[in-house]
Design a protein around this ligand. Structure first.
Ligand SMILES: O=C(O)c1cc(=O)[nH]c(=O)n1[C@@H]1O[C@H](COP(=O)(O)O)[C@@H](O)[C@H]1O
Length: 199
């Protein structure tokens, strides 16, 4: 089930959840120095690890994601990066059935021990969804897909908390044959929220 098929009350609940995640994740330049990858100061960012590593929202988000994944008949999830790892764990913690299998993807296979790129009880043949907190340019999702495909994983979709719709990340990933579903679309550049389905 995607957003378009939700009842109005389920939709309102989703927007409310998105708003609470957003409010807890928002870091502004007034709060602390934050920089882009080139080291330049930026006005704001969302640090979803703050709400996702807090017990109350962790469980709530996990149950929403798990329901959506079951609606799509997917029971295996993987995550690449610190924004994604708590999402994977939150889905695994959902008490519904069937239970999920989860995997955590490394930048490169560990050099010793089991020497695995993907940790966890996941199998490449099963339809798998890549979880991430944010899709912006789609660069990090593209990297994850490359790593996972090199290990023969069948990645059918990507699910995120937020979609920064001013970038073309979603179309970039969809062009690669992977569906993209986000709990909430953010559609304005400067820390504003859309009037429709934004957090
Ligand atoms: O770089 C981002 O776009 C980004 C913005 C932000 O406010 N918070 C944030 O965590 N990100 C990270 O950037 C990644 C998505 O950006 P793209 O790789 O450009 O799609 C996600 O994995 C996020 O973890």
């Amino acid at each position: 089930m995607d957003r378009s098929s939700l009842s109005s009350s389920a939709y309102a609940d989703l927007v409310d959840l998105g708003r609470r995640i957003y409010d807890r994740a928002l870091i502004r330049r007034e709060d602390e120095l934050i920089t882009d990858p080139r080291g330049q100061p930026i006005g704001w960012l969302l640090d979803t690890r703050v709400p996702m590593l807090d017990g109350d929202l962790f469980a709530e988000v996990g149950s929403v994601l798990a329901d959506r994944l079951r609606d799509r008949d997917v029971h295996q999830v993987v995550g690449y990066g610190f924004g994604a790892y708590p999402l994977v764990c939150s889905v695994l913690a959902d008490s519904g059935t069937p239970a999920f299998k989860g995997g955590l993807v490394r930048d490169e296979a560990k050099g010793h021990g089991r020497r695995r790129l993907v940790e966890g009880p996941v199998t490449p043949e099963k339809p798998t969804v890549l979880l991430d907190d944010i899709i912006n340019s789609g660069r990090s999702a593209g990297q994850a897909l490359e790593l996972l495909r090199a290990e023969n994983f069948n990645i059918v979709g990507m699910m995120t908390l937020f979609n920064f719709t001013w970038s073309n990340g979603q179309s970039r990933i969809e062009e690669d044959g992977v569906w993209v579903d986000s709990l909430l679309d953010l559609n304005l550049r400067e820390n504003k929220k859309s009037s429709s389905d934004s957090a």
